[in-house]
Design a protein around this ligand. Sequence first.
Ligand SMILES: [Zn+2]
Length: 503
Amino acid sequence: MPRAPRHSPPKLVLCVIDALAPAMLEQAVAAGAAPTLGTLMANGRYVPDCVAAFPSVTPVCAASIVTGAAQDGHRIPAMNWFHRDEQRYVEYGSSFRAAQRFGIARQLTDTVYNMNRAHLSSDTLTVFERLDDADVRTAGTTYLMYRGRHRHEPQRDTALARVVATLMRHPVMGPRELFYADIFASRRTSCRSNLGMPGIRDRHSGCVSSYLVEHDLFDFLLLSLPDNDWYSHKYGLDAQLHSIAQADTQLARVFSVAGGVEEFLSEHAVIAMGDHSQSDITATIALQDALAELGVFGPVRSSEAPRADEPRLAVCPSQRAAMVYALHEPERDAMRASVATRALSIEGVEHVMWLARDAHEKPSEGIIASPVHGELRFAPGGPVQDARGASWSVEGELATIAATVREGRLATPAYPDALGRVWAALTCPTSGEVLLSAAPGYEFLDWGRQAHVGGGSHGSLHACDSLGALVVCGAQLPRTEPGQWAIRDVAALVLEHFGLAGP
Ligand SMILES: [Zn+2]
């Protein structure tokens, strides 16, 4: 029998504010610019250091939030990755120019359809699927991850929707109520997303969420407010003061349907969180150029042929992280070594990571190399315990991840949950052979040669990108809280709120 939690309000809203940086949230609340979030923090548990996935980019984090797994389970490895079976790049939308290089239709198909259907592991259930199976009324606003048990046809109500529908012809499986840009809408509302243009997407989420509250259409709602990330990319971290205030306005709008924040909280639990943070960008790394001599596979559009001569590598920049794939199995080990050596000499690369395998091809240890500090080798199981309670064996230079070990406790505050996150990234079957993380201030140029110099970005293993805000208000916390919260802990909070076992 599912256990109904006592004293908890029956409904739950999970509000993901993209890139919600704890320091900026605290400043916005102190300045009176985010009174709704301030009320949630005052009435709930505020965690200022909830660890993102690595790479700390939105597709990987979104998949971790909805499944409670890291990418060794959910299999979404990055913003840009190489599909070994299909021998092509997958691009989820690093920038408009990057999408153009791969083909806009291809990028939209990968992001809207394939990410949830083909790329997200079918063995890893989402909170929507778990709750749908338990007959909980689920709902979602436009979010990268929406996979559920209810079928939705593309809508053709408006001229705009008909244009979109020429590209987006297929139905999807989502939560019971799904509002996804102008493509899917389970109810007729007056809310319009205008093709999901950055800067006005929060308003669409606020509009449809208000409708859902007004008509009592959900028990669980994933309310996504993505504009903070876009704004912070463009104007830098400090500008989040403005975009957090905008997000707060949308939350206040939704809560006001119930009569205000107090009234809303009497009937709803709320979890508000960032998926990762951001840090300011001053310089770029052109990894494609730095590795060009080794033979880099270009972002070929399907209509174009033939390809560049003898490509031997795929290079996948994901903002402040990157991956490199060896295209030919027999030269994989040699290629990994040449890529790692070259990568360590590139200015702005802080960590280069790869996996050693035993004679049976099983991962035996992970290597994290730094151009300054040398190598740290590690593997799961062993005498030291990290802040989340996982056990590891470590050998080599602890300085590589600024780690200390005292009485068997491994602390890596500058690179939170470093070993757990790097291991999940390295052993994810869709990841590349070599992973890179950029030093603070640096960003890898995407395939459209875009970066966010003068603005903010994220993706690295460093704390400056990796620690997001988490506020839990009205939902039951675990009896023993994790030594360090991570975004992949949130799915269990959601499921347990409805009396289901965690993932
Ligand atoms: Zn972002």
